[in-house]
Design a protein around this ligand. Sequence first.
Ligand SMILES: Nc1nc2c(ncn2[C@@H]2O[C@H](COP(=O)(O)OP(=O)(O)O)[C@@H](O)[C@H]2O)c(=O)[nH]1
Ligand SMILES: [Mg+2]
Length: 199
Amino acid sequence: MKKTVIIGRPNAGKTLFMINFAQYLGINKIYLTQEFPDGKILNKEMSIESARKSLSSNQEFKTQCVQKIEIKIPVYKGRKHLKLIDTSGFDDGIHPSLNVRNGIIQTLEKIDEADIILHIIDISLLLNRNIISQIDRQIINFGMIRRGYILLPNKIDLDSDKQGLKILKDEYPNRYMIPISAKYSYGFDEVKSFVIRCI
Ligand SMILES: Nc1nc2c(ncn2[C@@H]2O[C@H](COP(=O)(O)OP(=O)(O)O)[C@@H](O)[C@H]2O)c(=O)[nH]1
Ligand SMILES: [Mg+2]
């Protein structure tokens, strides 16, 4: 089974992307496995609506574990199995909370094992502050040499005149990226094609 890891800074939209992309790929119920840094594992079953409400939030580092959904994607006449893995992500600097730091270590381990890496950047932040964070830059550079990496500028619904996207494209003119809205499922068709090409 191929592993697709979703990474990015807190609030980039990783968790909402995982839920809505899983729905886009055809699931209608979420069977979630949560893996905590201390080794504890929890299995949860929930509707898509309650997953959106309970797992995604505008509070930073809401996700403090790795959480996975298994999906079967119809491909030609068969089906391919895919694990979508949501991480707690990472940020610039050293976070004061031990739980958050452990979540970051877990994220790095998952990147190492991944077949596909979906790197989500909140472009509405670029609009407001015009800065790409150091950690995002490092991951983009790492992605240049890593197979299966793709950059997903998210929240394009908040970037109506595409100014945020322009800042990113001007900085990385040769980088292939798929602009998305995790909230409204924009760009999901292209992400699906990318994922299918990699599995
Ligand atoms: N407008 C808009 N909001 C989004 C989008 N994706 C995520 N959000 C919001 O951003 C916040 C953080 O989302 P979440 O998935 O929890 O981010 P995570 O920390 O990266 O897992 C939530 O309030 C989401 O509703 C998007 O495409 N458009
Ligand atoms: Mg999250």
